[in-house]
Design a protein around this ligand. Structure first.
Ligand code: NAI
Ligand code: MG
Length: 366
């Protein structure tokens, strides 16, 4: 039966890079016998313009019904000065919240051909392939009490609280252990148990779950500050890193720069599985709508294409198709083709559609 996909291109370069994914979907249908039932809808500024809201309830319902959601990016300078409830970016925040997408997966992978784009020395990052799993609906960004209080002397106090429960920690750790089984089999759990109670519980829960169900996976623990240092010193020591919302926010941004380019980085956010094992999931590039280059046809489509590969792998269990696309990306980069964002000085840059076409050519040749 066809796989139901909800495609939400969004604003700016979103629709431009999504177009290249649509070509790959068609290729998979024609050449690999796969079948996709694609529904496309407006989100962000595009939705505000037509419907007056950044995302409609109907789109949220479609997201629940789909096997997976492929998201582009939202954000439109024309809506920058309106009220909070009319920000295009609310579309993605609402989707994450409504679908309870608690695990954010951010791979940091260095392609051989782009090893020089890294901020670190080539010999430190060659072959780098890390997966950071960030808890994304709990922790200090959401815990209560929170707020700003006025004290009796008139000065103020700002409060945030980190709260994690056993079940919140377990479900995200489970995602990390399951991923590790399909990778190099190693999980590093990151917290600050030396100064935080929530970190102490985090470590305890991960350790117990590991002993109970995942003894085949190698588990290590690291303090978050040390982890930041180790990611820069020797990033290849890591396979899967699992951590809370705040540390994951910082560490995944740090790790993304090890690979050199924003236009190359995909991500996934996964929700809770129902009894049938089906779980809501949303796949999107790390980058935003890039208003500075929108409409010029020069955006790098590879992050969006690699996000689709993640969708095939994790939501549709189509490992071969995912691998084929990832190999095609490596091959095209190895052939020297570059969009402007990853072209070196003096290197000729190709357009978004030329990059997309080159991927299809490599797929055809395989
Ligand atoms: P951005 O990621 O859109 O752009 C940052 C820089 O990277 C720009 O110079 C841009 O041209 C470049 N860039 C990004 N993606 C690229 C690609 N695929 N190919 C070539 N160059 C690329 O981040 P920025 O400028 O901070 O935000 C722009 C808008 O996007 C804002 O409205 C922001 O809120 C929104 N945004 C949305 C996200 C989402 O939909 N999940 C995530 C991040 C930002
Ligand atoms: Mg961030």
């Amino acid at each position: 039966s066809p796989k139901k996909l909800l495609v939400l291109p969004g604003d700016g370069i979103g629709p431009e890079v999504m177009q290249e994914v649509r070509h790959i979907m068609t290729w998979l249908e024609q050449k690999r016998g796969l079948s996709f039932e694609v529904s496309e809808d407006l989100v962000g500024g595009a939705s505000l313009e037509k419907y007056g809201v950044p995302i409609r309830d109907e789109v949220i319902e479609k997201a629940w019904a789909a096997d997976a959601v492929l998201f582009g990016s939202v954000g439109d300078p024309r809506w920058a000065h309106v009220g909070f409830e009319k920000r295009p970016e609310l579309a993605i925040l609402k989707l994450r919240q409504e679908l309870a997408l608690f695990a954010n997966l951010r791979p940091a992978q260095v392609f051989d051909a782009l090893v020089d784009a890294s901020t670190l020395r080539p010999e430190v990052v060659q072959g780098l392939d890390i997966m950071i799993v960030r808890e994304s609906v709990g922790g200090i960004y959401f815990g209560s009490p929170r707020g700003i209080e006025t004290l009796s002397d008139g000065s103020k106090k700002g409060i945030n609280t980190e709260v994690y429960t056993t079940s919140e920690i377990e479900r995200v750790a489970r995602v990390a252990f399951d991923l590790a089984r399909k990778r190099q089999g190693r999980v590093c759990s990151v917290e600050k148990c030396n100064v935080m109670e929530s970190g102490l519980l985090w470590k305890e829960v991960v350790t117990e779950l590991h002993a109970r169900e995942y003894q085949d996976v190698e588990l290590s623990h690291m303090l978050a500050d040390n982890c930041a240092m180790q990611l820069v010193r020797n990033p290849r020591q890591f396979d899967v890193i699992v951590t809370g919302n705040l540390f994951g926010d910082l560490l995944s941004d740090l790790a993304s720069m090890l690979t050199g380019s924003l236009g190359m980085l995909p991500s996934a956010t996964l929700g809770v599985a129902d009894e049938s094992g089906k779980f809501p999931a949303l796949y999107e590039p790390i980058h935003g709508s890039a208003p500075d280059i929108a409409g010029k046809g020069i955006a790098n489509p590879l992050a969006q294409i690699l996000s689709f590969a993640m969708l095939l792998r994790y939501s549709l269990n189509l490992q071969d198709a995912a691998q084929e696309i990832e190999n095609a990306v490596s091959a095209v980069l190895a052939s020297g083709l570059r969009t402007a964002d990853i072209a070196g000085a003096g290197q000729k840059a190709v357009s978004t559609s030329e990059m997309g076409k080159a991927i299809i050519e490599v797929l055809n040749a395989a």
